[in-house]
Write a protein that binds this ligand. Sequence first.
Ligand SMILES: Nc1nc2c(c(=O)[nH]1)N[C@H]1C(S)=C(S)[C@@H](COP(=O)(O)OP(=O)(O)OC[C@H]3O[C@@H](n4cnc5c(=O)[nH]c(N)nc54)[C@H](O)[C@@H]3O)O[C@H]1N2
Ligand SMILES: Nc1nc2c(c(=O)[nH]1)N[C@H]1C(S)=C(S)[C@@H](COP(=O)(O)OP(=O)(O)OC[C@H]3O[C@@H](n4cnc5c(=O)[nH]c(N)nc54)[C@H](O)[C@@H]3O)O[C@H]1N2
Ligand code: SF4
Ligand SMILES: [Mo]
Length: 895
Amino acid sequence: MPDEIRVTRSICCYCGTGCGVRVRSKGEQVISVEGDPDHPSNMGRLCSKGSALAETVRRDTSRVLRARVRDRVTGAYRELALSDAFDLAAETIVDTVREHGPDAMGFYLSGQLLTEDYAIFNKMARALIGTNNIDTNSRLCMSSAVAGYKMTLGADAPPASYEDIELADTVLIAGSNMAYAHPVLFQRLMRARQARPHMKIIVIDPRNTDTAQAADLHLAVTPGGDVALFHAMLNVMVWEGLLDQDYIAQSTDGFAALKERIREFTPAAAQDVCGIAADDIVTAARWFAQSPATLSLYTMGLNQSSSGTAKNMALIHLHLATGQLGRPGSGPFSLTGQPNAMGGREAGAMATLLPGHRDPASAVHRNEVAALWGVDCLPDAPGVPAIAMFDALLDKRIRVLWIAATNPAQSLPDQNRVRKALQQADFVIVQEAFADAETLAFADLILPAATWPEKSGTMTNSERRISRVRAAVPAPGEALSDWKIVQQVARRVAQKWAPHKAALFEYQAEADIFAEHARLTAGRDLDYSTLDYPLLEKTGPVQWPYRNEGTVRLYSEGRFPTGNGRAHFIDVGFNAPAETISAHFPLRLTTGRLRDHWHTMTRTGLSATLIRHVEEPAIYLHPSDMARYRLADQALTRVKSRRGQIVLPVQADDSLTPGCAFLPMHWGSRAMGGGGINVLTHGATDPYSFQPELKHCVIAVNAFRPQWEAVAWIRGDAAALQRTLSGWLDEFDYAVAVPVATGGGGLRLRFAASTTPASAQLERLLIQLGIADTDVSFDDPARGIYRRVRCQDAGVTVYLLAGAGLGAEAALNHWADTGVRPEPLLAVLMGKSTLTPRTRTVCACNNVTDQAIIDGIRRGLDLPALKQTLNCGTGCGSCVVQINRMISQYAGTEA
Ligand SMILES: Nc1nc2c(c(=O)[nH]1)N[C@H]1C(S)=C(S)[C@@H](COP(=O)(O)OP(=O)(O)OC[C@H]3O[C@@H](n4cnc5c(=O)[nH]c(N)nc54)[C@H](O)[C@@H]3O)O[C@H]1N2
Ligand SMILES: Nc1nc2c(c(=O)[nH]1)N[C@H]1C(S)=C(S)[C@@H](COP(=O)(O)OP(=O)(O)OC[C@H]3O[C@@H](n4cnc5c(=O)[nH]c(N)nc54)[C@H](O)[C@@H]3O)O[C@H]1N2
Ligand code: SF4
Ligand SMILES: [Mo]
């Protein structure tokens, strides 16, 4: 019934909150996406990203629709039939493995795959090919949390549930900007606090984020200083007799050694290391230990560090030492980043894991999995984790790399090294859904993947809750679900390499893979071996371990899956980050997320609503640092680390601690020159989790004084335009090409150079932009000046303003937005315009700009009045913190 409107219940494909959604569709089209009121994790609520999901569902050239292979000589791609692509993949893998052994093959996967996808990839790597070289981008994300849980509590299991947010008296949020990264949970916390006004919130973050704004106590820790802070809190607890001695005696071991270790971490001593006043350390320790129930929520500020595991353990120690664990409202609760990072951990699709929370270093575990899969044995050579995988590519230990559902040519640290490794590889397979992922440029073979909402399977969210993901529309072109692609290639590899193993991949549907995977959890801490799709239909989303019913909270009895039943205190020291500030690199750089963008933006970049919040990349600096380095707000700045450099505008940000800079992680080489933001970061990793230190490197900033600047805007499909124009980005010192909401959509380009480009180069640019000859122009080529506008039906469709003094940009944007032509146009083009500058969207749901809100605040409106008159903050609510911040900034001020 193609004309009927269908409603499909599924899960949002973004963050680890795992909100239930209802997808309304008609035929192949998704009409809208709403929160599912019956899903226990979000009860109908969605954030700005979830609400805008329908805008990101595409069947056009923004998707990878067919398989493509690269000609080794010319470098050109041609399409090929899917079955030929599968044959080619299988032949290449078998030839490589025959000649160089199974470990010449590597798989680099993603926390965004479904559990069924992971399970079949894992079986292919380990049971068929015989290598442990399978890892995922969770290595950049959750692996320190995994290591932290396993070393202290004995198993990789977040012990609490979202409902504990409503039951907590103290909530400690460490290295997490929930207001942006887990907005629905953050709003749940805000409502909980309203209902429990005595609740205390502590936020540990070097930046005064929207999350920190909500704190009763914000501890602006020096980046990397968390272990010193947690140790000092434990020191206070010991000193002031705040420990739960019974709990320590009955349920833990190792406390004596740790107690000795933390003796020197007095608040006064720690203050210098972690940057937090001794009094605040004491207050935090008391609030933590003395509250009836203390819950910790933590993410990348702890994990993405060369001491990420130690940070996790030092925080878990505080819970163990005070018995804040296993009771309602308490526990160390690591929030997962990606929607199914948990599923990947359960399926064991990582170098350091095996299915069912098993360990590849254990012969017993390997044999158990081999028996359950029906093979003789599993490989015992350790697999290489993500960062080391790229070293292995560089020295040819790995020759063929299969990448799926991650975009390493943007998201991995030290991009120059990553790109070199991808270029040198013998053969790179990229299984990708969207046509604009940076990594596609490094593929020898591109396999077209289906994506949300075309896929069916399961995901597990942060609170151990397994939900069904259901397909709402068919996949476009020849795109196939990830598991089906793996099945096709695996069967072919088996036929050529090990015919008796072909039967390992005889699944009829994803339900079969899930049932097999679930059986692998039998007898393990996460046991959901009796679960299958029919049962999940009946029960709805359930929390593991699942034995006849789900489990809300772990370790209520004070027993742990450690062997001796006791949780371990680990005697762990403080280590500073890998890089230290110096005269050459005097600033610390941290990186992270913005509210409405998702990672490398292949999906969120397609939503006109989401791109408005922050349109272009900038480096954020504290005003005092800007003064020190003589940088004006919005001025171009050269940012250098030991590995590379980029040029970006600087943005004043007093939420930063002086000496610390912030760069959003989202912009890569398709949006900016210089290779994207990760050319700056480095690959130093944690010794236990192998997670890279994406939250800290040292940089230098210098004013970049351009001789020549240009801005252009083209109406149309931004993704398609970006594809044709991205070659220009490395031609100028500074260049960005970003989707914008101007004129209802399109691409904005900005360029700057330290010398005026040759006119021949600029003439080529004019041709590329489609304005070689235009209706209105004002040029002075010798000085690099071009003012060009193309119109259609009196509306502007393309403009380029090149040269000095680009004041006309605002006027032209206004024309594009409203259809009102600035007059006299030529005078405007020559830079004599005084229209208001470009605004930013604060409320994505109702498209309310910062300027409108500031004007309202200056008219004396408070939050309820702003909501009523402007409608801002009345949709998903993600922007309310920002509006409150603006009220405190602008109330009583004048324009
Ligand atoms: N909007 C949006 N939401 C997302 C995502 C997205 O791309 N966009 N991605 C999802 C994924 S995969 C993940 S992993 C999560 C990440 O979620 P978060 O971890 O909350 O997000 P980040 O912005 O990466 O980092 C959090 C904070 O760590 C702070 N920080 C930096 N260094 C330190 C330090 O040394 N100590 C402490 N205590 N804090 C520090 C930063 O200032 C930052 O505010 O978000 C998920 N949700
Ligand atoms: N500097 C810095 N770098 C970081 C971080 C940071 O905080 N700072 N955070 C790190 C973290 S925590 C994470 S999780 C990573 C995320 O980094 P990535 O995983 O590289 O980010 P995504 O953009 O989510 O990449 C997912 C890719 O899969 C594609 N895709 C989407 N759906 C499907 C599908 O169903 N099947 C297939 N086959 N492909 C699909 C998308 O188009 C996209 O190219 O970034 C890391 N990098
Ligand atoms: S909080 Fe937002 S991004 Fe995360 S799952 Fe829910 S709707 Fe999706
Ligand atoms: Mo992540």
